[in-house]
Design a protein around this ligand. Structure first.
Ligand code: BTN
Length: 355
């Protein structure tokens, strides 16, 4: 537990010795109860009132409260005297995050899972079944989190933000990389605004602090040759991890490690969706100047964009000095064989050239 800007953050440890959390979409009543208790944080709320508000019975409320407790939400009281939330629950429930992102394209369809395989896989399947643009998928834990290049993404329960969004942009597939770039910009803006830390973007969209990665973005697309059908942008942010396994420790960090204390995932997730919404509206409202603005902003927020000696893990691997982005957002690298364009990522600072 820690205190940040007046919030007491209680981390809901959903990974319990007495049983794994349920898979599947979270029961909406759980979120509504947490919302009701959060809105009346200083009050004890009777079971009867909660039952009335939810249009259910007191015994159903009691069962739901027990379920929330099993999931780690700290609620005091019992049916006879009513219930009270011990502190703000830092769960990415629709009823908690939704009101904070009202007015954005992400305000109306938020799906929450205590446990899921991968939010990206679920979002891609839902998009294929015509799920609306702007639908957000949050999970407290992923058991098959996916990274770029077929890697896995370590998704410890309730430590990180695991989030995927469905977009249906009117863009050519050739410009899909712009979506990855704005997602990286949205993360850096949200993190800086929420924590005061200064993240660094490594092309195309790893987000680092002090040369260690705390956020990865996996953008997946279904497209025809000339038209994007839908895109899923999946964002994983290490927020409150206290440590990492030895194999990740040299390259991974979290905002908690970087900032010295825990952060509210709810505040950060809301800031992220707001910033992504603003960039997405800008991008899809058209105009060549938008593209320039994205590239300019990327270069300002990335120590990797220019004049950095990097190793590129592509075409057998090569080294060179970065020279900014081309018209579609691909990274240009000057090598002894001329300027080359990096297509698939895998860029890292050459040892001894970290900043
Ligand atoms: C990377 O390799 O850097 C990309 C990691 C992306 C991880 C996120 S977590 C939410 C979403 N669901 C997934 O399975 N992957 C992405």
């Amino acid at each position: 537990m820690s205190t940040e800007r007046g919030f007491t953050i209680v981390r809901s440890n959903t990974f319990r010795a007495d049983g794994a959390p349920p898979e599947g979409l979270t029961d909406a009543r759980l979120g509504r109860i947490v919302r009701l208790l959060s809105d009346n944080a200083t009050l004890v709320i009777s079971g009867t009132r909660i039952a009335e508000e939810l249009g259910t019975t007191r015994s159903e409320v009691w069962r739901a409260i027990e379920h929330l407790r099993e999931l780690g939400v700290r609620i005091t009281g019992h049916p006879a005297e009513g219930y009270q939330l011990e502190s703000v629950a830092d769960l990415l429930l629709p009823d908690i995050v939704g009101p904070l992102v009202k007015g954005t394209i992400f305000g109306s369809q938020i799906r929450h899972f205590f446990r899921i395989g991968s939010t990206n896989s679920t979002a891609m399947n839902s998009a294929a079944e015509d799920e609306a643009e702007g639908t957000v998928f949050f999970a407290e834990q992923q058991v098959a989190g996916r990274g770029r290049g077929g890697n896995t993404w370590d998704s410890a329960p309730s430590d990180g933000i695991y989030c995927s969004v469905i977009l249906r942009p009117r863009l050519s597939p050739a410009d899909a990389l712009l979506l990855s770039l704005i997602a990286g910009l949205a993360v850096t803006e949200a993190v800086q605004g929420t924590t005061g830390l200064h993240p660094d973007l490594r092309w195309p969209n790893d987000v680092l602090i002090e040369e260690k990665k705390f956020c990865g973005i996996l953008t997946e697309m279904n497209a025809e040759a000339t038209r994007v059908r839908y895109v899923v942008v999946g964002i994983g942010i290490n927020v409150n991890q206290a440590s990492f396994p030895p194999e990740l420790e040299p390259i991974a960090t979290s905002l908690r490690i970087a900032g010295g204390h825990e952060w509210s995932r709810v505040q950060l997730a809301a800031a992220l969706l707001k910033s992504l919404d603003a960039w997405y509206r800008k991008l899809t409202s058209g105009g060549d100047d938008v593209r320039d603005e994205i590239f300019r902003e990327f270069e300002e927020r990335s120590s990797f964009a220019r004049a950095r000696l990097v190793h590129v893990d592509e075409e057998g691997g090569y080294e060179g000095v970065t020279e900014g982005l081309d018209d579609h957002g691909f990274l240009r690298v000057r090598t002894d064989r001329g300027v080359r364009t990096v297509f698939s990522g895998g860029v890292r600072a050459v040892a001894g050239h970290e900043r």
